[in-house]
Design a protein around this ligand. Structure first.
Ligand code: 4YB
Length: 478
């Protein structure tokens, strides 16, 4: 029983809730009527600069109010956008833009090496003399979102309003996000987790808050809803609980307006969600991926490490241990050579994630392509990481194989700790502590043979750590 929009969602809300606050950037606020007017003006500005339907605009920017306006305006004129990580190196960006064959570029920090190759557009409003004619079309390809598998170049996943809205509808059948609630744009729009926040906002007609990415913890105190990767929640709780040390947990609850947090993107430690619940924050554990427009399964956090049940509008099966998905939220395809090609030959999409159903709940065991063999035994790095994460000193853990003459490969753990700085080697005492800890919990062939500090420069875009880059780094260490 979802909403069937017959216009662009912001126009829908501008008609029904014209004066209600829709958007805020911490300084200014816009009502739905103002959002609809601004989008039309920016759309006219794009059209005046020559942007045409079905053309591709690359956006290289961190989240900002401008990024939101641009994304909406690009859709409004029937064009498409793709977000690139602004932290990528210039050669990486040049290569991605070339592969995407983008028509225009927008970036707040032009770099000659990148920007000289493409027409750079401006975000400027113009009073539309003749209104932009592209009508609402839920099937129209609108957004491209890059997703990097463990190998090779990132793929550009194409979604339409229909798939994004189906994703929002199914998730909001579970999570409570009402007009008056504000969801922080807490993850980048160039990643599906950020894009999904935008569409939940559009679907519900609630509020979206865009804040300076440099102070996430401060922004989290101003909103009711946020999407976070586990490490972000960990940092928030550490800082927030630290500030109110010696005070009761009631004092913590008083400063935190946050009602609901959606977690995802990686294994979610149970200890983390129970700590958040003590601070009065309801946590939802999600499992999802770019090809399915974000969350596929979700549940309210509890004592089990599972990721709950399948949300409405999605289907999920496990074949030979691997998770396959499909449904209304499935992407239109991958963008290659200016064409949209099907994700796969059949209607189901193979995720490469291994999973099991236990007590009516899905458990993610790790990615099939991360598994390696040690002395004839299968080793799933994620299962070792999960145990390491339960150690109080460990904030982040990545387990990788290293070559071994006797076993073929053996596990090594890269660790980020609560206290130490990433430039220092791990202390001997912590190493010994971890060895003893692991000896109690996992069988011998799964115990890491060494523990190293996770190099800070490879922690990545803050969403996902690249195992490939870490493996290259590890190989260069010996
Ligand atoms: C997982 C996993 C899990 C994904 N356990 N591995 O709106 C949301 O759903 C959201 C909220 C907060 C943070 C992130 C999100 C996401 O969208 C995450 C979606 C995502 O990570 N997409 S991805 O294409 O970049 O990667 C997908 C892969 O990530 C999956 O195939 C899994 O391997 C892994 N993953 N959730 C363990 N709960």
């Amino acid at each position: 029983t979802g909403i069937n929009f017959s216009t662009w969602p912001w126009q829908h809300w501008a008609a029904g809730r014209a004066d209600e606050i829709a958007l805020s950037d911490g300084v200014s606020q816009w009502s739905w009527a103002e959002v609809a007017r601004q989008v039309d003006n920016y759309a006219a500005g794009l059209a005046a600069q020559g942007v045409k339907p079905d053309q591709l605009v690359a956006i290289i920017a961190p989240n900002s109010i401008q990024t939101v306006w641009l994304l909406l305006a690009v859709m409004r004129i029937g064009a498409r956008s793709v977000g690139l990580n602004p932290k990528s190196s210039a050669p990486e960006l040049v290569e991605q833009l070339r592969r995407l064959a983008c028509d225009f570029l927008w970036t707040p920090s032009p770099n000659a090496e990148v920007a000289d190759r493409y027409p750079v557009i401006e975000l400027r409003g113009e009073e539309a003399a003749s209104p932009v004619t592209v009508a609402w079309q839920p099937e129209r390809p609108l957004t491209l979102t890059l997703t990097s598998g463990s190998t090779g170049q990132p793929k550009a996943v194409v979604h339409a309003a229909r798939t994004h809205l189906a994703s929002a509808q199914g998730l909001l059948a579970q999570m409570d996000y009402q007009p008056g609630d504000c969801w922080l744009l807490s993850l980048p729009l160039f990643h599906i987790s950020g894009m999904a926040i935008l569409w939940r906002w559009l679907y519900r007609g609630a509020q979206l808050v865009v804040a300076d990415a440099s102070d996430l913890n401060q922004a989290l105190l101003q909103v009711t809803h946020a999407s976070l990767v586990p490490t972000q929640l960990q940092r928030f709780l550490a800082e927030c609980l630290d500030d109110s040390r010696d005070e009761s947990s009631d004092a913590v609850k008083a400063v935190v307006k946050l009602k609901e947090v959606l977690l995802g993107g990686a294994m979610i430690p149970v200890g983390l969600t129970s700590q958040a619940e003590q601070a009065g924050i309801r946590c939802w554990c999600g499992y999802g991926m770019t090809e399915m427009a974000s969350t596929v399964t979700a549940k309210l956090a509890n004592a089990s490490a599972g990721v709950g049940q399948v949300l409405p509008q999605r289907e999920l099966v496990i074949r030979d241990g691997e998770i396959w998905v499909r449904g209304e939220t499935l992407a239109l395809g991958y963008y290659r050579n200016r064409q949209i090609e099907p994700l796969s030959a059949e209607s189901w999409f193979a995720t490469k994630d291994l999973g099991v159903w236990l007590d009516g709940e899905l458990f993610i065991q790790g990615r099939a392509d991360n598994m390696f063999i040690s002395g004839g035994e299968n080793v799933q790095p994620e299962s070792i990481e999960q145990v390491l994460l339960a150690h109080p000193a460990v904030r982040q853990a990545v387990v990788l194989p290293v070559a071994d003459s006797e076993y073929g490969q053996r596990p090594v753990a890269l660790i980020m700790t609560e206290v130490e700085h990433a430039t220092k080697p791990l202390s001997e005492s912590l190493k010994q502590d971890l060895q003893a800890f692991m000896a109690e919990q996992v069988t011998a062939f799964r115990r890491p043979v060494d523990y190293l500090m996770l190099p800070e420069h490879l922690i990545g875009n803050g969403i996902k750590i690249s195992r490939r880059q870490l493996a290259d780094w590890l190989a260069s260490q010996s």
